[in-house]
Design a protein around this ligand. Structure first.
Ligand SMILES: Nc1ncnc2c1ncn2[C@@H]1O[C@H](COP(=O)(O)OP(=O)(O)OP(=O)(O)O)[C@@H](O)[C@H]1O
Ligand SMILES: [Mg+2]
Length: 296
């Protein structure tokens, strides 16, 4: 019996006269306790899929069932409860609250869920120890490395003990060694705590650590592989890792020029501009290093 059942899922974004069909009738199933990865090119609908499953976005049509609940039918209030109890979400970009310490970031979802202070403290300790960051509890995000920040994000996603963890490229901005550490934690969390995990990634080495790899293209799942099949070249016709990194660099550079434009037109403040620019620059540099390391 599958635990997550997505059927004919459609998401159309309308921007004025322009229509973007991000999901075009996507179907997939995930068993309870499974660790699956979703791989596919930039713009293929990975984040859209995760955001609908995470109750952050609304489908235009189709079904997205988690257990007996179809998230596409939940009203606003039910979605809030669903997000607090059922899913833990780890995002593509590092997104901790910059003014809070690691421990406070992990405690935040529990405060929202009104967990008593004493229980909260114990649970924060446990979670930080699971991601091996007990000695960084009082550090703010900018006093932590990228990999450490993402481990805090994992701990925060687990705060309310959700049965499902959705991880949207949790290693996207990290080098391959640090990525491996993050993946190892997710594998451990899947095995030890029996969480059902959907992990979006561009990196075949990351995907290889999962039980099943779903290939998304143009808003539909086109194929499913085991890691062995992936290694044997089932993905042979698709874009190489280095080319995917290059695609990402291109996208980040476009974002960079977008930020420049926004700053010039006064849509972002100087502080936001500087911060966003630094973040994008660092991400681009990291990816370029990664391309070089792979001989590109
Ligand atoms: N809020 C939005 N409004 C309009 N279009 C959107 C919106 N969000 C996503 N899209 C578009 O939908 C398509 C799928 O986007 P999505 O973010 O799901 O891709 P992705 O597979 O996660 O890509 P990446 O690997 O770059 O993160 C893209 O063409 C994107 O431009
Ligand atoms: Mg995405």
């Amino acid at each position: 019996m599958s635990y997550i059942t997505v059927k004919d899922l459609v998401r159309v974004y309308r921007l004025g006269a322009v229509e973007v069909r991000a999901l075009r009738g996507l179907s997939m199933e995930v068993r309870e306790g499974e660790l699956v990865s979703v791989m596919g090119p930039s713009g293929s609908g990975k984040t859209t899929l995760l955001n609908i499953l995470g109750g952050l976005d609304r489908a235009t049509a189709g079904e997205a069932k988690v257990g007996d609940v179809d998230v596409t039918f939940l009203d606003r209030r039910q979605l809030v409860m669903y997000r607090r109890r059922v899913v833990g979400h780890i995002f593509q970009t590092l997104n901790l609250v910059p003014t809070l310490t690691a421990a406070e970031n992990v405690a935040l979802p529990m405060i929202v869920n009104q967990l008593p202070r004493s229980e909260r403290r114990d649970r924060v300790d446990d979670l930080l120890s699971i991601v091996q960051l007990s000695d960084r509890a009082k550090h703010k995000p900018d006093e932590l490395s990228g990999g450490e920040q993402q481990r805090v994000a994992i701990a925060a996603a687990l705060a309310n003990d959700p049965p499902i963890v959705l991880a949207d490229e949790p290693t996207g901005e990290l080098d391959s060694e640090t990525s491996q550490v993050i993946v190892d934690f997710l594998v451990q969390i899947n095995e030890k705590y029996k969480k059902t995990i959907i992990l979006v990634t561009h990196n075949p080495l990351v995907a290889a650590a999962t039980e099943r790899i779903l290939r998304i293209d143009d808003g539909v799942i086109k194929a499913a592989y085991t890691p062995a099949e992936l290694e044997a070249g089932a993905e042979g016709r698709t874009v190489s890792y280095v080319d995917q990194m290059r695609q990402r660099i291109k996208k980040l550079k476009a974002e960079l020029s977008d930020v420049d434009k926004k700053f010039k037109s006064g849509d972002v403040t100087g502080d936001e501009y500087v911060e966003e620019r630094l973040r994008l620059k660092a991400a681009i540099r990291g990816l370029e290093d990664e391309v070089h390391r792979h001989g590109g």
